[in-house]
Design a protein around this ligand. Structure first.
Ligand code: CO
Length: 315
């Protein structure tokens, strides 16, 4: 079948498939699901659903409806656990203002849950990975460190305050962050998930044929995460992320391995990373702030292509 020319699929590193819909808008289609990262099934459902919706918001879009995708060991675990997972997902879908119209569950020893989300975006508001321009400022809308905290939670080594912060961060929809982006206008956007801040920023740089400089001290981090890294709670995915990206980054020698792990940390339901024209950056910060977004930090700048995709300033 011949697809319209402006269809976006596998070949791009964007967050969703993009399908022409009518003269003024595109349909967006995403799918994401994973294994539990917290013990409470309801909260796991909330996190998984927020994470799935995020890919729609990262494109500047609004979700329309979703389908559940789940795996569950119904012979060994109480079905009430599955129903709590689905309830968490449903409550987040209601917050997003969309229905869940159905779905499918199969038997599997390890529970998994997520959504396939259909959304829509005005053509003028589509924020691809490839739109970042030299001089754009980079804004991140949630703090990082979620993978490290999740690993500490699995080992019963995170304190309650930190767990609460992580859950609040992961269950917060990127809906209002996307709304702010649509109001002000942005050049590129992606959400920070499994490849970490460095991985997703690097994808944006490659797609846009630019490089980036980030300032370590400006990057929002959940309190207490640095201590957890020192104690060794670094997920395998985070270590792999750093290994994959190492040759593409430049940093001064005084940037510690701990800090590099943090920048490469695999996030679940992380924030939006937005590249915005420097003249609009303050306005975007103000709108993000007025909508109650957790963070509106400017963490760096897009530059012309260099030898290294990302340079990290310690200061
Ligand atoms: Co994404």
């Amino acid at each position: 079948m011949k697809l319209p020319n402006d269809t976006i699929g596998f070949e791009s590193s964007d967050d969703c498939a993009v399908i022409p819909y009518n003269d003024s808008s595109y349909l967006l289609q995403s799918l994401d699901f994973f294994t539990p990262i917290v013990d409470d099934p309801y909260i796991f459902g909330q996190i998984a659903a927020s994470n799935s919706l995020s890919d729609i918001y990262a494109m500047g879009g609004s979700p329309l409806h979703a389908l559940n995708i789940a795996e569950f060991p119904s012979e060994t675990l109480d079905l009430e656990i599955l129903s709590n997972i689905l309830k968490g997902g449903l409550d987040i879908a209601s917050q997003a203002g969309i229905p869940i119209l159905g779905g499918h569950t199969i038997k599997d020893p390890i529970p998994k849950y997520g959504l396939s989300v259909t959304g829509r975006v005005e053509k003028s508001q589509l924020t691809l990975n490839s739109g970042a321009r030299p001089g754009d400022l980079l804004i991140l809308t949630k703090p990082i460190g979620l993978g490290i905290i999740s690993t500490a939670i699995k080992n019963d080594s995170a304190n309650q305050n930190m767990i609460d912060q992580a859950i609040k961060t992961m269950t917060e929809l990127n809906k209002n962050a996307a709304k702010a982006m649509n109001i002000v206008g942005a050049n590129a956007c992606t959400d920070i998930t499994g490849y970490g801040l460095l991985g997703h920023l690097s994808e944006m740089c490659k797609a846009s044929n630019v490089s980036a400089t980030i300032n370590f001290k400006d990057i929002p981090v959940i309190k207490g995460v640095k201590t957890l890294i020192k104690k060794g709670f670094v997920p395998g995915g985070t270590k792999r992320n750093l290994k994959d990206i190492e040759k593409n980054i430049f940093h001064t020698e005084n940037l510690s391995d701990e800090n590099l792990y943090l920048l490469a940390d695999a996030q679940t339901s992380g924030g939006l990373l937005i590249a915005v024209n420097s003249k609009k950056a303050n306005e975007l910060q103000n709108v993000l702030n007025s909508l109650g977004i957790i963070s509106n930090s400017i963490i760096g700048e897009i530059r012309e292509t260099k030898n290294f995709t990302i340079s990290i300033n310690q200061n």
